[in-house]
Design a protein around this ligand. Sequence first.
Ligand SMILES: Nc1ncnc2c1ncn2[C@@H]1O[C@H](COP(=O)(O)OP(=O)(O)O)[C@@H](O)[C@H]1O
Ligand SMILES: N[C@@H](CCOP(=O)(O)O)C(=O)O
Length: 325
Amino acid sequence: MAVYTHVPAEEIDAFLTRYDAGRLVSAKGIAEGVENSNYLLETTGADGSGHRYILTLYEKRVDEADLPFFMDLLDHLGARGCLVPRFIADREGRRLQQLSGRPACLIEFLTGISVTEPTPGQARAAGVALGELHKAAQGFAGERRNALDVAGWHALAAKCGGDFDRIQPGLAARVVEELAFLDAHWPADLPRSVIHADLFPDNVLMLGEEVTGLIDFYFSCTDIRAYDLAVTHSAWCFSNDGATWYGARGAAIGAGYAQAHGLSEAERAAFPTLCRGAALRFLLTRAYDWINTPADALVTRKDPLAYLRRLDFYASADTSALLGQ
Ligand SMILES: Nc1ncnc2c1ncn2[C@@H]1O[C@H](COP(=O)(O)OP(=O)(O)O)[C@@H](O)[C@H]1O
Ligand SMILES: N[C@@H](CCOP(=O)(O)O)C(=O)O
């Protein structure tokens, strides 16, 4: 469960008076997510016909100074037809507020559900949506360094240090070995752009095989564009525990992305390495959280070993196995 900051309903109701959003009807903490506190709000709506919003209080890894980047990016993408939520401005034009001592925003609610066992058709739709996002991101002037790039992985691995082996004996050595491989092979000259960097199934809202929303841009940054496809691939093409690989989903994501955006020969050639990087990145953040979150905390810790299994798979796969043809 991810509600780190509990906000009394009266406080949310008072907060809403800054907006043309009506009065609070109900506020429910959202269990999904691990980074921020999210509430689903129902209000009477400005015209009395009822409205839903997401209220997000920023915790943990989101730096308040980065919020204008995320807001401008979503404005840019939304204006180009991407189904992304808008940050709502209050009557004085402010989108960033303080609530219960945290930075907070009122955000447009998008319909749809997150799939847990994607069909190839849903995986293809996710690939198309990612390709369209990358096309729409062209011309976006904002830039944000990826704190979780190769240098960031080294820093995170150093913080976990000997604790890796408490998760699984031998994990520390495996991480060192993988970092050395990625240092030596990480591509230097592939096209870069703004990327989502966390397009897991829980960040894609769908109705059937249609994408209705892309959410959770709080890791978005400037990095290798095809790395975003690798992150998406690692999240969509395996069983949750990483033990089973679904080739049809991989081929579908690759085909959808190639149709919507295109993938060059150089990007294809580097794809297995990019996937190894993606797998290590999530292994490291999950391992860090595993080590530093008490086992009885309200938030559900995500299993780092599910990404070690993906890493092992990617270390012995080639592009045609990963993306089909
Ligand atoms: N704009 C939105 N529209 C509808 N649901 C949303 C929206 N934003 C977040 N949610 C819901 O809240 C959950 C957690 O949001 P998310 O941004 O992934 O949180 P976190 O940043 O903590 O990981 C999502 O899985 C989704 O159910
Ligand atoms: N997708 C990451 C964790 C970030 O979670 P999100 O709730 O912000 O999508 C993982 O699965 O490790």
